[in-house]
Design a protein around this ligand. Structure first.
Ligand code: ADP
Ligand code: MG
Length: 387
């Protein structure tokens, strides 16, 4: 509903907005010395013109809210709501929530509250995704950061290697939360690695066998829930936990399916986030088939970025299990990796016994062999992937 503004250059708009958002908007606008109407105008303009908003805002009990907007803006906004299949109340709530995220309180302006998100992926199996996810997680925790490693591969190697039991089928799990069908708090499923070296800072969200059904489940939910965006499913599940962590690491499955897209989306550069803070780490081997696999993955990343107008940063490559004694194929492929340039090579890691021994003993590598070359390589990757 719109009616003319007294001085003619704005029109009155009456809508609804949850009272908590109304209150936050009022306080934030005051803190930033802005008129509320200018803040709402900026919120709506940004929401309409940038990447599609992902997370639904709970608008139950939304209260009347009115403001003054430039003529025509509210009509355009309503068109965008229609094209995104969201109600006007939902659209406005998303716009205001995003604006609040983009315009932090000056009191907290220097502190980025979102955790760094490191997506460790490659559709090829056996290249070291799980070893790198676990290793860098341990390195960050050792360094004082609060770390969550998500075992996103339904095979559950990471959980198994750290002696964390997998979640039983049909139990509440990451997958049920990704589909918006979570029963309890996802925090209840998280397991702390009990090792004095990490001082309660290293946590694992275990895998669940139902992950094998993820693609099918998400496709069904997509047809049932209006506004459900499959690529945003992982974010939907993990966002509520984020304030507990400084770093979230995703150990991806060996596939290029929906799970990988959801992980990549989760690792995108968020508005206002510094470049190279979150993004993808790709472990590779020094052999020709790894080069082909890499180019497919790089293409998928590029497609996702252009389809959804995202930026996904490449944090780097890890050339794993490198053995120069394998001769020309190994050495020349290593040179190819180095010549890629961007992403850069974060580390070249040999075929080292400590990695296999730690796995066999179901112990964290950095605890089993803290002074080994392998542990040092993991610290180097962690540092390199955290510019
Ligand atoms: N640098 C390394 N040296 C020796 N063994 C390694 C190394 N990196 C990984 N491995 C072992 O190789 C196997 C495959 O590695 P993994 O991390 O599970 O790969 P992915 O997750 O990509 O399938 C595992 O048994 C792992 O312990
Ligand atoms: Mg793995």
């Amino acid at each position: 509903m719109a009616s003319p503004y007294p001085d003619g250059d704005r029109e009155k708009v009456a809508s609804k907005l949850p009272s908590t958002l109304q209150q936050q908007l009022k306080i934030r606008a005051a803190e930033l010395a802005l008129d509320i109407q200018d803040a709402v105008e900026a919120a709506i303009t940004t929401w309409r013109t940038t990447e599609r908003a992902v997370l639904e805002v709970d608008t139950t009990g939304a209260k009347s809210f009115s403001t003054w907007l430039p003529p025509g803006l509210y009509e355009d906004f309503k068109d965008t709501c229609t094209s995104r299949s969201v109600s006007y109340t939902q659209g406005l709530a998303q716009a205001i929530r995003d604006w609040l995220d983009d315009n932090p309180s000056p009191q907290h302006a220097t502190k980025a509250t979102d955790p760094e998100r490191k997506i460790v992926g490659n559709q090829k199996g056996g290249v070291g995704k799980t070893a790198v996810s676990a290793g860098i997680g341990q390195a960050y925790a050792e360094d004082g950061k609060r770390v969550l490693i998500v075992d996103f591969d339904p095979q559950g190697h990471l959980s198994e290697q750290l002696a964390v039991p997998q979640i039983e089928p049909d139990h509440d799990s990451l997958v049920s939360h990704m589909c918006g069908e979570g029963e309890g708090d996802l925090r209840d499923l998280i397991v702390e690695i009990d090792d004095p070296r990490f001082q309660k800072r290293l946590h694992v969200l275990p895998a669940c066998f139902d992950g094998f059904l993820l693609d099918a489940k998400i496709a069904v939910v997509g047809t049932q829930k209006r506004g459900f965006q499959k690529e945003a499913a992982l974010e939907l599940a993990l966002r509520p936990l984020e304030s507990d962590y400084d770093v979230v690491i995703i150990d991806c499955p060996p596939s290029l399916g929906i799970a990988m897209d959801a992980a990549l989306y989760y690792g995108r550069r968020r508005r206002g986030e510094a470049a190279g803070r979150s993004g993808v780490i790709i472990p590779v081997l020094a052999e020709d088939s790894s080069l082909t696999a890499y180019s497919m993955l790089a293409q998928q990343i590029e497609d996702l970025c252009s389809d959804l107008s995202l930026q996904i940063d490449h944090l780097g490559l890890v050339v794993n299990q490198y053995d120069s004694r394998r001769g020309y194929v190994a050495t020349s492929t290593l040179n190819s990796w180095k010549s890629v340039g961007d992403p850069r090579v974060l580390a070249v890691i040999g075929d080292l016994k400590e990695q296999r021994e730690a796995v066999r003993k179901k112990m964290p590598l950095l605890s089993y062999a803290p002074n080994s070359d392998q542990a040092e390589a993991m610290r180097q990757v962690a540092r390199g992937a955290s510019r």
